[in-house]
Write a protein that binds this ligand. Structure first.
Ligand code: MN
Ligand code: MN
Length: 273
């Protein structure tokens, strides 16, 4: 299998509002609801490729307590990529990225993470919680198994998180300064998209409204700039969609669009080999 889709319905450590555990099903419903076709913008039809080039593993069953949840998500992600497949997951809140990256970085040396988010998620702890969805990139960088972390769309930097970014050598592209050009990337790449990187006007179904965000078009164009001839997208996630806050399934449709484009990018890189 080339790419495996995995639902990771876990939101126990969301600091403000829960609800993102319902996202995998909402995004799946948007994908299969019949209002859109299965073609990527580049014209790759994903539907006939299903089961040969990609499959949906369904949703994980995850225990509530965080250390066990992290163990389960890591070991299931490891199992999913054991046959050299790539993994595309739908969260859940951003905590889920940590165990998934643990699995992917164990299989790929020199991993580069491309992280889109309104928030840097670099807190050492938030409200005493080291498993908070505000902390995953601190946990990932402490482990030292990732070559580069690049962040895009950030607009909520705090002094503490700036210190953390300096400490870990994170390449932060704050949205107020970023020209929307992707730097050159090489080697294996993992893409993590927190949907609150978008302006809430484009994606209202999120837990933390942070105005002044990207348009859906800008995000898609940024993804499309990743050059498959120098960078292989070996894993990706779409996290932090909160269906209980959504309007007319608008954000679920954004999630479905991102899943289609990411699937297409990952599959075309394999088709091109
Ligand atoms: Mn986040
Ligand atoms: Mn965020």
């Amino acid at each position: 299998m080339s790419v495996k889709l995995l639902g990771v319905p876990y939101d126990v450590h969301s600091s403000f509002l829960r609800g993102s555990a319902a996202a995998p099903q909402a995004v799946r419903d948007a994908l299969t609801g019949g209002s859109a076709n299965w073609c990527t913008e580049s014209g790759l039809d994903l539907e006939p490729l299903r089961d040969e080039w990609w499959c949906d593993l369904g949703d994980l069953v995850i225990p509530d307590d965080a250390p066990s949840a992290v163990d389960v998500i890591r070991s299931e992600a490891k199992a999913a990529i054991a046959d050299d497949s790539r993994i595309l997951s739908i969260g859940g809140d951003h905590l889920v990225t940590w165990p998934i990256v643990q699995a992917v970085s164990a299989a790929h040396d020199d991993l580069t993470i491309v992280h889109f988010d309104a928030h840097p998620d670099l807190y050492d702890e938030l409200d005493g919680d080291r498993y908070s969805h505000a902390c995953p990139f601190a946990r990932i960088m402490e482990e030292g198994r990732v070559a580069r972390l690049l962040q895009f769309g950030i607009r909520t930097m705090t002094p503490h998180q700036r210190d953390q970014a300096d400490r870990f050598g994170v390449e932060v592209h704050e949205l107020r300064d970023w020209d929307h050009r992707m730097p050159e990337l090489s080697g294996p790449v993992y893409i993590s998209i927190d949907v609150d990187v978008l302006d809430p006007a484009f994606a209202p179904g999120i837990s933390h409204n942070e105005p002044g965000g990207m348009t859906t078009r800008q995000l898609l164009d940024s993804l499309h700039q990743i050059d498959a001839s120098t960078a292989a997208v070996v894993g990706a996630d779409v996290v932090e969609i909160n269906p209980s806050r959504d309007i007319n399934d608008q954000t679920a449709m954004v999630g479905a669009k991102l899943v289609r484009e990411l699937l297409g990018m990952m599959i075309s890189q394999r088709l091109a080999r």
